[in-house]
Design a protein around this ligand. Structure first.
Ligand code: ADP
Ligand code: MG
Length: 210
């Protein structure tokens, strides 16, 4: 049995065409079904529906052989048990530093002002500002980061941006791009060795359809 972990919503919807061009068809829709294990047309392949940020954990711990996870989630997750196999070029967006329109970001950087930053992405944020030599105070949030500067809880946020509409609706602007984000195919290292004959054709056909 080959088990693939992915999250519902955007990643599931954008992954389906990739899987089906690799001959793997899932007839159940996780948005309407409450099942967490979905069958496919191939009795040897099943899908696990997990929280986006839990995908690397399932692959790391062997609950799944393969996984599809955003680079944002993978950059926050430290693991020696996972290989990133390929960029699937789906769920594309950017990791951005953003804040209120009137915040003087360039000036703050130049003067090495200490910054208060709210984010779900604490590791990515720490790494980015420490390379710049800027000291930061982090506020860990789990969602709706845009609120934080509006109630003066932080100077800035670090979050994913695609259209920029959510920022705009909250009078925020992007100040600096940290990285380009898209979903990656990941594999458990032990699975790759032990189930190589079953995994390699799946990996190859997904890769050739990206
Ligand atoms: P959750 O609500 O569980 O935190 P989301 O459904 O918001 O997760 O996001 C899941 C994944 O989708 C993220 O890890 C990221 O890789 C990708 N993603 C999030 N926001 C966007 C976006 N605006 N555009 C494209 N991809 C995104
Ligand atoms: Mg979300």
């Amino acid at each position: 049995m080959i088990t693939i972990a992915l999250s519902k919503g955007r990643i599931f919807k954008e992954t389906l065409p990739l899987l089906s061009s690799a001959g793997i068809v899932c007839s159940e829709d996780p948005d309407s079904s409450r099942k967490l294990i979905l069958k496919t047309n191939n009795p040897k392949i099943r899908l696990l529906i997990v929280r986006a940020s839990d995908v690397p954990t399932y692959v790391e711990c062997g609950g799944a052989d393969l996984g599809i996870a955003g680079k944002d989630v993978l950059d926050e997750f430290i693991s020696a048990n996972i290989y990133q196999i390929c960029d699937l070029r789906i769920a594309q967006c950017q990791m951005m530093v953003a804040g209120p329109k009137n915040f003087k970001y360039q000036e703050a950087l130049k003067q090495k002002t200490r910054l208060k930053i709210a984010t779900k992405y604490t590791k990515i944020t720490k790494d980015f500002f420490s390379k710049k030599g800027i000291h930061i105070d982090l506020i860990k949030l789990y969602g709706s980061m845009e609120l934080s500067p509006l109630v003066q809880m932080s100077d800035l946020i670090v979050d994913l941006v695609s259209s920029g509409k959510t920022l705009e609706a909250n009078n925020l602007v992007s100040y600096e791009k940290i990285s380009d984000i898209s979903s990656q195919l990941i594999v458990n290292k032990a699975s790759l060795k032990l189930k190589y004959l079953d995994l390699q054709p799946i990996i190859d056909s997904v890769k050739s359809n990206v």
